[in-house]
Each structure stands twice: as C-alpha cells, then as structure tokens.
Design a protein around this ligand. Structure first.
Ligand code: ATP
Ligand code: MG
Length: 344
C-alpha cells in the first residue's frame, strides 16, 4: 500500500534532475510505476490503488533544471464512481420497467379506437354479406326451379321471374345504400353546397310523399314557419334525409295514426322534426338505432322490407352538413326525430 505524506492528500512527491534522474523523493516509491512522461498520468500501484500523477518541467533563466512530480490518490473519485454504478444498477432496471409498462399501456390506449373501428368494420362486412347472401340464394333457387321444372304453365313461370325481379330490385337498393354510405364520409366540400330554402323543399317532399301508398293509411301534416329558413347544403342529400325519416314514420305508424313534419329555428340552427304516434322504439334499442343494419325487430322490418340502413344514412348526411340528429321515442306511443342544421 502506498503511504500518503503526513497532513497531505499527496501520496508522494519527487524531484528529478534535467536527465530525469531521481534526486529526492517523499513518500514511498511505487517501484516500477515511476515514470516521467510529462503532464498528467493515471496509474495503478502494485497494491491496486489508482493514482493521479503530474510531472512538470522546472526552468530557471530559461534553462531546464529538473522535473517536479506529485501524485494524489483517486479514492474520492473511485467512491463517487462506485456510488454512481450502484445508482445506475438500481435505477436503470426500474426506469426500463416503468418505460416498458407505460409504453404497453399507451399502446393499448392508442389501439382502442383502431380495435373498435376494426370490430365495427368486421361486423358491417358480415352484415352486408349476410344481407346479400339471402337474396342471392333466393334468386338461385328460383332460377334453378324455373330451369329444372318441366312445367309449361306460363303463369307459374311468370311468378318465378317476378320473384327474381323483386329480389334483384331489393338487392340493387341495398347495394346503392351501401355505396351511398361509403361515398359520403366526412364533411361535404364547400363548393358542392348550395343555398337551400327548407320551407320550399319540405312542402315539395310532403306533397310528393302524400300520394305514396305508404302514407295512405294515416294523416300527413306539414307545419312550416312564415319566415324563410335557409341552410347551406346539397338539395338531393337533404331530400334523402327527409324521405328516409318520413318513410320510417309512415312504415312504423299503424293505420289511422298521424305523421307531422315541422320546421323552426333554434338559436343558430334550422330544426326539422318528424313526429309520429306509431309503435315507438324500446328504450334498450335507442343507443344502437343509428348503427348500420340495426333493426329493432328483425322480423317486423323484414316484412316491411327494411335493411336497417335508413337511419345510418340519415346520420351520415346530417354529419356531412355539420348538423346533429337526435331521437326521442316512447315504446308504443311514438317517435320524434330531430335534425338540426347550421343556419346559413
Ligand atoms: P331501411 O331504412 O334500410 O329500409 P329500416 O327502416 O328497418 O330499413 P332504419 O331506418 O335504419 O332501418 O331504422 C332502424 C330501425 O329503427 C327500424 O328497423 C325500426 O325498428 C326502428 N325505427 C326507425 N324509425 C322508427 C319510427 N319512426 N318508429 C318506430 N321504429 C322506428
Ligand atoms: Mg328506414
């Protein structure tokens, strides 16, 4: 072990002549480690102690007269290093674990909407395939029966073709609805919007719809304000909204009932309401009513020929106009569909 000089941090100090020969030395010479290289050196003694050694040339009147050498122990630095190593050994795994856990949690959080959309898309594809498969099977079986049957009865054959025609027509409506949903995603471009006077549009639609077989069994009323209410929109799409909602109201209101269409303003919104006193929707079904292919009573809708896409289309059009849609319904009492569009 190298002995430090008394009352000093120095382990040793030495004086060398200009030929680098040792002249005087204080402390214990660490034998073979004695080197005179000039400047700073870090050396390890035989007893495994690290030293920092400095050797400086000394000049007198510009002439080199010798070298002064001193060494100090590096115990303080070594201790600090050891402490630092220990802190690193403890904190690095903890930090890594925290980072990994946070990453895992954030990843899960970011995946949630993607998983939701994926599930939604999967359900939609399954529903669409199912809706298309049933009529296709019916077309195939009707066509096969027509070919294989030896019947020469023209009336029977005509019925078969009529059935195929009806099914194909309903398939075409379904495909059009699906295309519609795929096409009108997001906000409409402003250049495709026109100024639409809703009073005029609603009168036109009600007059046209009143002559439809759907509306014959009930009273169809249209209540409009005296002032003109205008919005920015696509006339065909807005017509589609009102037609879909009138279609539902008439379809799901028994004979003798009433369907009322009204228009008014509320702060900076133009509000269209379609109110019926029909069969209503059970409370448990209301949260899902705007989902694609959702039908309250599948059997009932099948009889009325619905696919469960009408409200999904309405919601998408309303959103593409920057509007809002709300539904209030009491089972077996009636339904109110409210659409709010930003006033021009
Ligand atoms: P589609 O509109 O595609 O022909 P649909 O009318 O069955 O079929 P939606 O318009 O989306 O589909 O309506 C979804 C379901 O909501 C309907 O099946 C029906 O059960 C219920 N519903 C919608 N409007 C009314 C209403 N005014 N009164 C009672 N039930 C309604
Ligand atoms: Mg409908």
């Amino acid at each position: 072990m190298v002995q430090p000089l008394p009352d000093s941090q120095l382990v040793y100090a030495g004086w060398y002549d200009d030929q680098k020969q040792l002249v005087q030395f204080f402390g214990r010479i660490p034998s073979d480690r004695l080197l005179i290289s000039g400047g700073f050196d870090t050396i390890k003694t035989d007893s495994k102690v690290w030293l920092r050694q400095v050797t400086l040339p000394v000049y007198q009147n510009g002439l080199l007269i010798g070298y002064l050498q001193a060494a100090m122990p590096m115990t303080a630095t070594e201790r600090a290093l050891a402490e630092f190593r220990m802190v690193l050994a403890i904190s690095a795994p903890i930090t890594l674990a925290v980072v990994a856990l946070t990453g895992w949690w954030l990843g899960g959080l970011a995946m949630q909407p993607i998983r939701h959309n994926y599930d939604h898309l999967q359900r939609f594809t399954a529903d669409a395939s199912h809706e298309l498969r049933s009529p296709l099977t019916a077309i195939i079986s009707n066509a096969q029966y027509g070919f294989l049957s030896k019947s020469t009865d023209l009336e029977v054959q005509h019925q078969r073709f009529q059935k195929i025609f009806d099914i194909a027509k309903s398939m075409s409506i379904l495909v059009n609805n699906l295309l519609f949903l795929a096409r009108y995603q997001g906000q409409l471009p402003t250049e495709s919007l026109q100024v639409i006077e809703l009073n005029h549009l609603l009168v036109q639609i009600t007059d046209d719809y009143a002559t439809q077989p759907d509306a014959q069994h009930l009273s169809l009323v249209c209540k409009l304000p005296n002032n003109r209410i205008t919005v920015l929109g696509d006339a065909n799409l807005l017509r589609q909204i009102v037609l879909n909602l009138l279609n539902n109201a008439c379809k799901y209101t028994p004979a003798g009932g009433q369907v009322k269409l009204q228009l008014f303003t509320q702060s900076h919104w133009a509000v269209i309401e379609i109110i019926d006193n029909g069969i209503g929707i059970p409370k448990a079904d209301l949260p899902y009513i705007f989902e694609r292919f959702y039908r309250v009573d599948k059997k009932r809708s099948r009889q009325t020929g619905g696919f469960g896409l009408g409200l999904a289309i309405v919601q998408q059009i309303v959103q593409s106009h920057g509007g809002k849609i709300t539904i209030k319904s009491v089972f077996q009492e009636g339904t109110i569909l409210q659409i709010a569009l930003p006033l021009k």
